[in-house]
Design a protein around this ligand. Structure first.
Ligand code: SF4
Length: 297
């Protein structure tokens, strides 16, 4: 499975992830990104993979799954709205199933009318907003040079006004980057966006660069009236959409690191030996837990 993967999500329960873009194709290169620095920083939209190819995988995964996922979520190894066929994919998946469709996006392209109209049919949209000032935006998100924070915010605000589904804004609080006076500015912007909720996150999986979770998370959570989402994701894995432990591990680890117990769950399911981990993964310690991520080549 190249485009579809399954993992418990901190925000969305059991979610069938759909990635319509190649690895690290993004309009940002966030300091906290679990995938490392963006290798293809772009704002140019295009059809990276055919709609047919992606839909086929979604169909197969839905057939193989023993339990109904809570959501089908567009997410990925970069920014999913860069895929110019995302609207068509949402439309076709809606014809296939009534499972709710979510889009996790960095929100940077919502000012683009094509992007915003293509996301209108989703049930849940979760844009991120880690900064309200240009300076912090450049430091934390390291955006494509053509992107300006005012325009990004305007795009999210406009989208929020028109969107009938649920809109949650995700704020990643990173020590020394946006957990000082920027918090009040973000709070003011959130009042204008009027989302259905705010997810306040802090890096809990090992990022590739040296960033630390903010110590102000509880305080900021009250200030932004946020759901405080700092706990590791819970819920069961459903590895049955994959044919082997190696395929499952490569697919999920390409998107984010996994805690040790999650890796063991996958190995147990396929009755696979722990030795397969040596060739494809590396162990890292972060915030008191052991994680596995894909071995860098
Ligand atoms: S927007 Fe997401 S994928 Fe892109 S760099 Fe930031 S964290 Fe990584």
């Amino acid at each position: 499975m190249k485009h579809v993967y399954l993992a418990p999500s901190r925000r969305l329960g059991i979610s069938l992830g759909v990635s319509p873009i190649p690895f690290k194709t993004c309009s940002y290169s966030c300091v906290y990104c679990q995938l490392g620095r963006t290798t293809c920083k772009t704002v140019k939209r295009r059809e990276f993979f055919s709609t047919k190819e992606i839909l086929k995988e979604v169909e197969v995964a839905l057939k193989r799954l023993s339990a109904r996922p809570d959501h089908i979520t567009f997410v990925g190894e970069g920014e999913p709205t860069l895929a110019s066929n995302i609207g068509q994919l949402i439309e076709k998946i809606k014809e296939m199933t009534d499972i709710s469709i979510a889009v996790i996006t960095n929100g940077s392209l919502l000012f683009n009318e094509d992007v915003s109209s293509e996301l209108m049919d989703a049930d849940i949209v979760i844009p991120s907003l880690d900064a309200a000032s240009e300076e912090v935006f450049r430091r934390i998100n390291r955006p494509h040079p053509s992107l300006k924070i005012d325009r990004v915010i305007e795009g999210i605000e406009d989208f929020s006004r028109q969107f009938d589904g649920q809109l949650y804004v995700e704020v990643m609080l990173v020590k020394g980057y946006n957990d000082g006076s920027e918090v009040e500015k973000i709070g003011e912007v959130l009042k204008r966006i009027k989302p259905d909720g705010v997810y306040l996150m802090s890096p809990i999986r090992p990022p590739c660069e040296k960033v630390e979770p903010s110590e102000r998370i509880e305080e900021v959570s009250k200030l932004l009236k946020a759901f405080n989402v700092i706990t590791p994701e819970s819920g069961e894995f459903h590895p049955e959409i994959y044919s082997s432990a190696e395929e499952a591990l490569k697919s999920v680890l390409a998107r984010h690191p996994l805690r040790e117990e999650q890796v063991l769950e996958i190995l147990n399911y396929f009755k696979a030996e722990k030795t397969i981990l040596d060739s494809i993964t590396e162990r890292v310690s972060f915030a008191g837990s052991t994680y596995y991520r894909l071995r860098s080549t």
